[in-house]
Design a protein around this ligand. Structure first.
Ligand code: NI
Length: 129
């Protein structure tokens, strides 16, 4: 962690691994993480925390399994969305995207419950930048 400002575009340029968030800041007990994503993540749920998304570039879609059924939200650049705790979700980005997430430190990227994790998805609580 640094005491200097971090420019997100410069931080994103330091890694290419997909679905492998890096911690750029901490706020109280929360991590601010950035990730490059493309293709599909895995269906998962965070039982104890909401998950905040901000799209920095590209377009992110998040499929959600809600009590009323399944739906997908489309987040364009600059859009924010919070996945409520306990809701199964699967982020995907057909054309690729860069995203920022806020969640409690130590939250695993694949949640507390998840489908089989494909090889292109990192299971991590977010290494520092
Ligand atoms: Ni999640």
């Amino acid at each position: 962690m640094t005491t200097e400002p971090i420019v997100l575009t410069e931080a994103l340029a330091t890694f290419d691994t997909l679905w492998s968030p890096r911690i750029v800041a901490r706020v109280n007990a929360y991590d601010v993480r950035i990730a490059k994503v493309a293709g599909e993540h895995v269906w998962h749920a965070h039982d104890h925390t909401d998950e905040f998304f901000l799209v920095l570039d590209g377009e992110l879609r998040i499929a959600l399994r809600e009590p009323a059924g399944e739906r997908t939200v489309r987040l364009t650049k600059g859009a924010v969305f919070t996945v409520p705790r306990g809701v199964e979700h699967r982020p995907y980005a057909p054309e690729g995207a860069a995203i920022l997430m806020v969640e409690p430190s130590g939250t695993p990227t694949v949640g507390d419950r998840h489908d089989a994790v494909p090889g292109h998805v990192d299971v991590t609580t977010g290494p520092r930048l």
